[in-house]
Design a protein around this ligand. Structure first.
Ligand code: GPW
Length: 829
């Protein structure tokens, strides 16, 4: 039989023409074949979108070859693998990223130009994959790129939402949410695996049974759905390795509801079946608060259950003893969203694999690591016990048991300190009894990571103080990073070329520390000249986009000042807008000769507000109201413009970031766990205007405080300032701009009232008032530096040169070595 199989394989291999070729003629043939046979358009008549489809299918074929080889290689080598569990991934577009990582970007560009198409134009046809909200989700995407590039044996697991993050439509300055049905036009970047499916159970009861004289628990589910795998190959750069992002979609299960067909109501039975699909239908659009929603909990368990079944299946293919599990498997929890994985692994090991509780517990404690992304206790997830008990009755029991053992152990360690015991308990006995997902994750993980040093300090001294004192050795931090492949090579090709030219190598694309080599040329007149040219071209691209979008013409001589991120009170877009009002007010009161000294600005703001977050929505409206006033004031002209970029997403970021002279990262100190936008701007040579919060503290250490504009209260000053409150009689400039809004200077007087209430008088929780003075000073310093273009350009070069530490390659290597304990596994070419 073995001989027969081998003969068959050899015959098949003989029928293959070897691997796909990537010379221009072969690429053209492939693209046209896909247009004709896959897209089913005539090769003599197809439009740009169809050309994009044919093109992306030909790229997909090349991805699949490498992906197959990598997966086969991993299987043969059987290394320890890391499984990255995340409910959100913000992948953006895939075409450019794929051809660049495959190393065939230029070949494709040439092939297309011979066919009469331009690569860039076709790349613009692709929509974003927006299966996430903000920083956390884009971080997952950057980390997947680094995992592939650094040859780590890794899998990403998540949910294949049919509706990604809502599209933001602005009408009259107000945000409206539109569904993002992104799969409408097909998705060439995924591979549907109709045979990779697992049943996922919900509801029902737990019963006790006797098995071989041993009591065991059996979960009799009340509902069952099927999880189907969709694989998204993630290619590494400069390597053949191509890893898997496996996203699960919910489908009705055939195994379960046979009964309902026999009731006679066939139509209703089919319609009810279809409801299973709602589990993976839509991404929750609130960045961080989705407490107590049953559908959300269902999503979490659905993706966790399917992933754990898949992981255990893969383990059992090669091993038959669970003692080896921890040597082969590392499970990474991306925030608490996948924390049900802990009780799920316990359940499978104890109830299905019949391991003793203590043996199962020993395994669980060695495989999980947990990264937290928040600073605020309010941001921590809680699952109401009633909800969990009804949806996942066995999990509730298991979590209670874990908690019982933990609290018993804790009593031995710390004694009967009831306050501390109740703070640390996994179960919270409040008005609504609930499970604290963070406590569960900390208790059961071998390592807890923060996402920047400041964040780590706050975890130790505030958020997780009790746990840190108990287990200091568990706590680490891995400062976030972003991938230079996406954020320089894909999004800023001219800067990429310039860097490679001056460093004399492209090696920095895999080894980003080499960027420091730019430091020695920071004052070089030739580099400065070329650097300015590149920046100008990028500003032009951005200016064209702004004009196409809003009709507003902006001057390229102005400083482009950008703040793009989710709208949150703590991120203080309102501080930015109040600063703009102040600038406007100053210009209005100047005489002609003073106006000639003003450094012209184009202020650009973009970001989405969670649909239920009223104050954030008011900030968006205020931005439009202020823009309306300023942009139409002939006294002001080119000295000041304000633009709101609608529907901010990954591909908009790729366009905006390279065109920014200045970017703002101005959260109240102690509130941004890390921040990653700042790193993308830094890489692209934008200067930062920032508070000493999250990762900016480490950026300062890398590039020097003299190369950015720092302002505002420090983390340890915040509590005192909050206590003190903002005195409007002292902060006159601040009082004046808030008054202008209150007096209806920008219209919508009543509507903005509650927004003004958040910052003046007694409240001002985020300290806009007390930071306002130093914010204006930092802005003035930026103006002054901009006038000296030689100095500015030097600072810009030094920003890029110092950005190497903020590559996700560094973060991932640190995780691999110090948290997951995995090694590289490079597929030979
Ligand atoms: F609340 N972050 C985010 F901590 O984008 F879970 N969404 C979230 O729901 C949370 C955090 C959560 C962000 C942080 O705000 C940002 O500071 C950090 O850079 C990013 O996650 C990646 O770690």
């Amino acid at each position: 039989a073995l001989g027969e199989r081998r003969a068959k394989a050899e015959r098949m291999f003989g029928l293959m023409d070897g691997f796909l070729k990537s010379d221009p003629i072969s690429l053209q043939k492939d693209i046209l074949n896909h247009v004709e046979y896959t897209v089913a358009r005539s090769r003599f008549s197809f439009d740009d979108f169809e050309a994009y489809q044919g093109l992306s299918h030909s790229v997909r074929d090349r991805l699949i070859e490498r992906w197959h080889d990598t997966q086969l290689y991993f299987k043969r080598k059987d290394p320890k693998r890391v499984y990255f569990l995340s409910l959100e991934y913000l992948m953006g577009r895939s075409l450019s990223n794929s051809v660049i990582n495959l190393g065939i970007r230029d070949e494709y560009a040439e092939a297309l130009s011979q066919l009469g198409f331009e690569f860039e134009v076709l790349a613009e046809q692709e929509g974003d994959a927006a299966l996430g909200n903000g920083g956390l989700a884009r971080l997952s995407a950057c980390q997947m790129d680094s995992l592939a590039t650094l040859d780590y044996p890794a899998w990403g697991y998540g949910l294949r939402y049919q509706y990604g993050l809502f599209r933001q439509l602005i009408l009259d300055g107000f945000q409206h949410e539109q569904p993002d049905y992104w799969l409408n036009f097909g998705n060439p970047w995924e591979i549907e695996r109709i045979h990779v499916t697992y049943p996922v159970k919900f509801y029902g009861t737990v019963e006790e049974e006797l098995l071989n004289g041993k009591k065991c628990k059996v979960w009799i589910p009340g509902e069952m759905v099927e999880a189907v795998a969709y694989d998204n190959p993630i290619p590494g750069y400069g390597t053949r390795n191509t890893i898997t992002l496996r996203l699960w979609a919910a489908k009705p299960s055939d195994q379960y509801d046979m009964e309902s067909y026999n009731t006679g109501d066939y139509i209703n039975a089919v319609v009810n079946r279809q409801k299973a699909e709602t589990i993976s239908s839509v991404l929750y659009p609130d960045d961080r608060s989705h407490q107590g929603k049953e559908l959300r909990l269902k999503q979490q368990y659905f993706f966790v259950s399917a992933s754990i079944q898949d992981i255990i299946r893969r383990f059992k293919d090669a091993h038959n003893n669970f003692d080896e599990f921890q040597e082969k498997v590392a499970l990474q929890l991306n925030d608490t969203h996948p924390s049900l994985a802990i009780s799920e692994v316990m359940r499978v090991l104890v109830d299905e694999e019949n391991l003793d509780w203590s043996r199962a517990w020993g395994i669980v404690c060695k495989i999980f690591s947990f990264t937290t992304h928040t600073v605020l206790a309010e941001g921590l997830e809680k699952i109401p016990v009633d909800l969990l008990g009804s949806l996942l009755p066995r999990h509730l029991e298991i979590i209670y048991d874990i908690n019982f053992n933990f609290v018993e152990e804790l009593k031995k360690r710390i004694g009967m300190d009831y306050n501390r015991l109740s703070r640390m308990s996994i179960v919270e006995d409040g008005a609504v009894k609930s499970i604290r997902s963070a406590n569960l994750s900390i208790v059961c993980s071998h390592t807890v990571n923060g996402v920047s040093r400041v964040h780590f300090e706050l975890l130790k001294t505030k958020l997780f103080k009790d746990f840190y004192e108990l287990w200091p050795e568990k706590f680490q931090y891995k400062t976030n990073g972003v991938t230079q492949r996406r954020w320089i090579v894909v999004s800023n090709p001219s800067l990429c070329g310039l860097i490679s030219k001056w460093l004399g190598t492209e090696a920095w694309i895999r080894n980003v520390d080499l960027l420091t080599g730019l430091r020695e040329y920071a004052a070089n007149a030739d580099l400065q000249q070329e650097w300015k040219m590149v920046r100008k071209v990028n500003k032009m691209r951005l200016a064209e986009y702004i004009e196409a979008m809003s009709g507003l013409k902006v001057s390229l001589d102005a400083m482009f000042d950008v703040q793009i991120k989710r709208i949150h009170e703590y991120k203080r877009q309102l501080l930015n807008i109040l600063g703009i009002i102040h600038r406007y007010d100053c210009i209005k009161s100047m005489n002609e000769s003073d106006r000639r000294k003003v450094v012209p600005r184009v202020c650009i703001i973009g970001g989405k507000a969670a649909p239920g977050y009223e104050i954030a929505k008011k900030i968006i409206k205020l931005c439009h109201a202020v823009a309306e006033k300023i942009n139409n004031d002939s006294d002001v002209g080119d000295l000041l413009k304000l633009v709101f970029i609608p529907d901010y997403n990954v591909s908009v970021a790729e366009l905006v970031i390279p065109g920014a002279d200045l970017s703002q990262h101005i959260s109240t100190a102690g509130h941004e766990a890390s921040g990653t936008g700042c790193m993308k701007f830094l890489m692209n040579g934008s200067l930062l205007l920032a508070t000493a919060d999250g990762s900016t503290v480490e950026i300062i250490e890398e590039i020097g405080a003299e190369n950015l504009f720092l302002f505002g209260a420090k983390v340890d000053e915040v509590p005192m300032l909050r206590e003190k409150g903002t005195d409007m009689r002292v902060n006159l400039q601040f009082a004046r701009v808030v008054r202008m809004i209150r007096d209806g200077y920008f219209g919508f007087q009543d509507y903005f009232e509650s927004l003004c209430d958040t910052v003046d008088g007694g409240s001002d929780f985020y300290l806009l008032g007390s930071d306002f003075g130093s914010y204006l000073e930092a802005q003035a310093a930026a103006d002054k530096a901009f006038v000296d273009q030689e100095k500015w350009t030097r600072m810009s070069i030094l920003s890029t040169a110092g950005s190497g530490r903020f590559s996700s390659d560094r973060t991932i290597q640190d995780y691999a070595e110090n948290t997951w304990g995995i090694e590289r596994c490079r597929c030979p070419f």
